[in-house]
Design a protein around this ligand. Structure first.
Ligand code: NIG
Ligand code: FE
Length: 418
């Protein structure tokens, strides 16, 4: 790793540190790490001809964006659902006619290389939109071979492209057709698949779709307890459509996060506020589902729940790899403020994937992951909506997106130093 010193000057630096502040100053990095963030003009003490100076005055710098909930790797697409959706079919009606099952079919048919190539393309688009780290769930294979294949694709992608990837096993996404009951499938997951995944160290988290007609509260608890015993950390798709109480269960289980939460109860908001469980909210999904209510983000924020916002990139309920879309919906749909949203796609998102010691804020010792918005202030990031506002991205000190374009030699150098 070259120890090249770089200086990034901007009037608007969102640090995502404890004070959740914006500073007019500069960031110094060395190689792949942040050395310090200083207020004001660059001090002559810090300047040296050999340093690289990036003048981002007129632009806004944030920590590299963290997308804490995606279903990255899957086969095919489901645009045939569009007309049905517009004709009024609900998510659950589509689910019964195809939905996740139709993606499972397409994913099982796809080879390792096909899945790799498709996801790689998605990741390049995510990078251009400012994402530097993400969480990727399995759950479109369901059988042993395909789940392992998908998680191995995640692992390979983490090493062979710029964005850092944290993996989640989400076998409990649906009941596969070859099983006749949830009970039988849960036994298979617990006894066969989860130990195999841990043996090969293919996933940090285990996630469960706790929803009416998918996995009940009791089943979710059974899967989560077994997963914890095997060393998985827990995430739960909770209270997305029906208010089952999955968020409260997530807190009881010590889950790292409860995700979706469009139908969370007031009692569970209180419970989450008194816990370390992060609420991962997915407002682009609410938009795409054409659902009536966004998750009650404002209420949760006021009560003190830790909130992250994510894309939920997946082929059915959020076929959108642009995290800025979720940020826009957090603003325009949920009424959240720019700094609250930025916190939700940086440090709180890093907490939701247990990476807050390495990424998510601009602080000494963390990775030099930076996203540069072509916006003279943070309000403008949200005011100028509907287009990509990211002009530059630095991943571990490498200038991987330069003036809106992929910088292939820097991406290569980033990969070699991972
Ligand atoms: O997070 N809610 C469950 N799973 C995905 C959607 C899956 C699909 O429809 O393919 C989600 O929205
Ligand atoms: Fe999801």
């Amino acid at each position: 790793m070259s120890e090249k010193i770089q200086i990034f000057r901007s009037h608007q630096i969102y640090t995502a540190n404890k004070a959740n502040e914006l500073i007019d100053g500069y960031i110094m990095t060395s190689g792949d790490r942040i050395l310090a963030v200083y207020p004001g003009e660059v001090s002559p003490d810090h300047w040296n001809e050999a340093h690289v100076f990036h003048d981002f005055r007129g632009k806004t710098i944030t920590p590299g964006l963290v997308d804490s909930h995606t279903h990255l790797v899957h086969g095919g697409s489901r645009e045939h659902e569009l007309a049905l959706k517009l004709a009024g079919s609900s998510y659950m009606e589509l689910h019964l006619e195809g939905g996740i099952k139709s993606t499972v079919k397409q994913t099982r048919l796809a080879s390792f290389d096909e899945l790799l190539e498709k996801a790689h393309k998605t990741l390049l688009s995510m990078l251009l939109h400012g994402t530097t780290s993400l969480e990727a769930k399995s759950g479109y294979g369901l059988d042993k071979d395909t789940e392992l294949r998908v998680l191995k694709v995640n692992k390979k992608l983490d090493r062979t492209q710029a964005i850092s990837i944290v993996s989640t096993y989400m076998g409990a996404h649906d009941l596969p057709l070859e099983f006749s009951s949830n009970e039988e499938y849960i036994t298979f997951m617990i006894e066969e698949l989860m130990p195999a995944i841990k043996k090969e160290d293919l996933a940090t988290f285990c996630d469960i779709f706790c929803e009416e007609g998918i996995f009940s509260l009791e089943e979710t608890e059974k899967i989560a307890v077994a997963a914890k015993a095997l060393g998985f950390k827990i995430k739960i798709h909770a209270d997305e459509i029906a208010p089952l109480g999955g968020a409260g269960l997530a807190v009881d289980l010590g889950a790292v996060s409860a995700e979706h939460l469009m139908a969370i109860s007031d009692a569970d908001i209180e419970k989450m506020a008194a816990s370390d469980t992060v609420a991962v909210l997915l407002p682009a999904t609410t938009l795409f589902l054409r659902a009536e209510n966004f998750a009650p983000a404002r209420k949760m924020w006021e009560k003190g729940v830790k909130i992250a916002f994510a894309s939920d990139y997946n082929p059915g309920s959020s076929p959108c790899e642009n995290l800025q879309m979720a940020m826009d919906m957090a603003c325009l749909g949920m009424g959240m403020m720019p700094l609250e949203i930025l916190k939700g796609v940086t440090i709180n998102a890093a907490k939701a994937i247990c990476k807050e010691k390495e990424i998510g804020s601009l602080e000494k010792g963390k990775y030099a992951d930076l996203t540069i918005f072509d916006a003279k202030n943070v309000d403008y990031i949200f005011y100028h909506f509907g287009v990509n506002r990211v002009s530059d991205v630095f991943k571990q000190g490498r200038h991987v997106v330069h003036d809106g374009r992929l910088n292939l030699s820097e991406i290569q150098s980033c990969i070699m130093n991972k």
